[in-house]
Design a protein around this ligand. Structure first.
Ligand code: NDP
Length: 515
């Protein structure tokens, strides 16, 4: 870490002194709060060499040794919670509570979860085989850390979706280079400080601050790329990784549908629609981005949601309880949000609340409810990633399912019905990596449950066994202890033995009638 942090000019006291670096802005005030270095491909190569040199000793610490440091970090995060939240809020402009719930609770939980569960997911697995040719031999599946893992993260959750993916990679025994979004690099650097204070050996976790080119250079250097970001950039990462046959896991964009069936608890559905579409100012990959409501409860649902959304306070976060909806973190995102609302209105949609930018000097958009929408409008088909909620009336569940699946994306979805069997039946018809019934998004906190997108929303997953095994190569080990000097299928080939082998095949696989 030191090598990178040494180059970070003025981040410790919040002043700006490195004009050649990347200025980090507080989106809720418009003020520059720090400058970080813009690392070149050569810098990334240097970090990679350092990371590779540090990895064997980290792996040699074993699960227990690594867990000790991760558990110390878990405690550090809570002991320093105000500083971590302040850092997240300062670079994202999100509300205090959005930083507390979706970032701190995720990070603190994940540090403990992977410390505890890494051995369970990665211990040697004895394997039984039905093959007669390996009878008496010992078969073992072993997971071995890949070496150097690259994590590339987005700006919406600098702790959960950037640092969060480093935790299982570290727990597995890899060293990691994290390339945070150029917009939100400070939390990743703070996590470096945390790990160093908790005893992580130098260069096991390094931060490569920079822009897109820095991320692209990282792809060339590592043994695995964990990428979270837009589908467009994900494609570029996959293409680049193909040049070195580097495996990738891609967590990409979404356009998550919510379906409200006529027998739903409308009050709960409305509360969740308002919260899970506007939380983090709608800048969550698994935000509710569009809603389909069965006709009989449409009016009631729309009225309730509109009331709840109207009551939300938007603006600069000033500590706990100050605002529900914070800033739009990434400047170009504002253009997308405005374009989607304008496109909808131009095509006949009605704005029930919001529909315009909030008061500055920071960057805010008023929480917005849209009705009379359809699939000719971008707000129903393209990721908006802002505090907007378009609601569409549907005849029945079949129409809702058809429209929900009418998307190139397939990240997550939700279905609301008091009949949970019916809700589950609808959930199973949705083309999405994760579906909640009478709930939304909270599945993300269950680290035992895989989370990964279908269709253009991604490749691979985080969490669950695959969330850590992907950072390892599988090694199959076969040990022969009791054996003959030579075996039947080996040299020299002789007619009699060949015929006996064929008889064995027929006995094993050729008996019985077939259709
Ligand atoms: P981007 O795709 O723009 O950027 C993601 C990261 O990739 C950033 O660190 C970026 O750097 C970097 N990058 C840019 N170009 C390249 C390149 N050619 N090679 C390698 N890395 C590159 O996404 P956003 O930051 O705008 O994040 C928002 C998106 O992330 C949304 O689509 C959202 O749905 C998705 N997302 C998905 C999640 C999931 O779990 N499925 C979770 C969270 C977000 P820089 O910022 O410096 O340009």
């Amino acid at each position: 870490m030191a090598s990178v942090q040494e180059k970070v000019a003025g981040t410790e006291n919040g002043s700006v002194s490195d004009s050649a670096g990347i200025a980090v802005e507080n989106p809720a005030t418009g003020q520059v709060i720090a400058t970080v270095p813009d690392l070149s491909p050569q810098d990334v190569s240097r970090l990679a060499a350092q990371g590779r040199a540090a990895q064997p000793a980290w792996e040699a610490l074993g699960f227990e040794g690594r867990a000790r440091i991760l558990l110390r970090a878990q405690k550090w995060m809570l002991d320093n919670v105000e500083r971590v939240i302040e850092t997240i809020v300062s670079e994202t402009g999100k509300s205090y509570e959005d930083a507390q719930f979706a970032e701190i609770s995720y990070g603190a939980n994940a540090l403990g979860f992977w410390a505890k569960n890494a051995p369970k997911y990665l211990e040697d697995e004895p394997v039984k085989s039905s093959s007669v040719f390996v009878k008496g031999k010992k078969l073992i599946l072993r997971y071995r850390p890949l070496g150097l893992v690259g994590v590339i993260g987005p700006w919406n959750y600098p702790l959960s979706n950037s640092f969060g993916d480093c935790i299982p990679a570290l727990a597995a025994g890899n060293s990691v280079i994290l390339k945070p979004s150029e917009v939100t690099p400070l939390t990743s650097l703070l996590m470096g400080e945390m790990l160093a204070e908790c005893g992580l050996p130098e260069n096991v976790y390094q931060v490569a601050t920079g822009r897109g080119e820095t991320g692209a250079a990282l792809v060339d250097e590592v043994d695995f790329i964990m990428f979270t970001g837009s589908t467009a950039t994900g494609k570029k990462v996959m293409e680049r990784a193909a040049q070195t046959i580097t495996p990738v896991s891609l967590e990409l964009g979404g356009k998550d549908p919510m379906i409200v069936l006529s027998d739903a608890d409308v009050e709960r559905a409305a509360n969740l629609a308002a919260y899970y579409s506007m939380q983090n100012a709608g800048q969550t990959c698994i935000s509710i981005e569009r809603v389909y409501v069965e006709e009989p409860v449409y009016d009631e649902f729309v009225a309730k949601v509109t009331d709840k959304v109207k009551a939300l306070r938007v603006g600069k976060p000033e500590g706990p309880g100050s605002v529900e909806v914070g800033a739009i973190t990434f400047p170009p995102q504002m253009e997308t949000i405005e374009a989607h609302v304008k496109d909808a209105v131009d095509k006949g949609a009605k704005v029930l609340t919001g529909g315009k930018q909030g008061a500055g000097p920071g960057r805010f958009y008023e929480p917005t409810v849209l009705v009379d929408v359809d699939h000719t409008m971008d707000c129903m088909t393209e990721e908006t990633f802002g505090p907007t909620l378009p609601i569409m009336k549907v005849r029945d569940a079949d129409e809702a399912v058809r429209l929900a699946n009418d998307s190139p994306y397939g990240l997550a979805a939700s279905v609301f019905s008091k009949d949970t069997e019916r809700g589950q039946a609808v959930a199973r018809r949705l083309e999405a990596g994760a579906v909640c019934v009478n709930d939304a998004l909270i599945n993300y906190s269950a680290l035992e449950l895989p989370m990964g997108g279908a269709k253009a929303s991604g490749l691979g997953s985080r969490h669950g066994a695959n969330g850590i095994r992907k950072y390892c190569s599988q090694q199959a080990i076969l040990v022969s202890k009791l054996h003959m000097k030579n075996e039947m299928h080996m040299f020299p080939y002789k007619r009699g033995r060949t015929e006996r082998l064929l008889k064995l095949f027929k006995f094993l696989w050729g008996r019985g009638k077939r259709d």
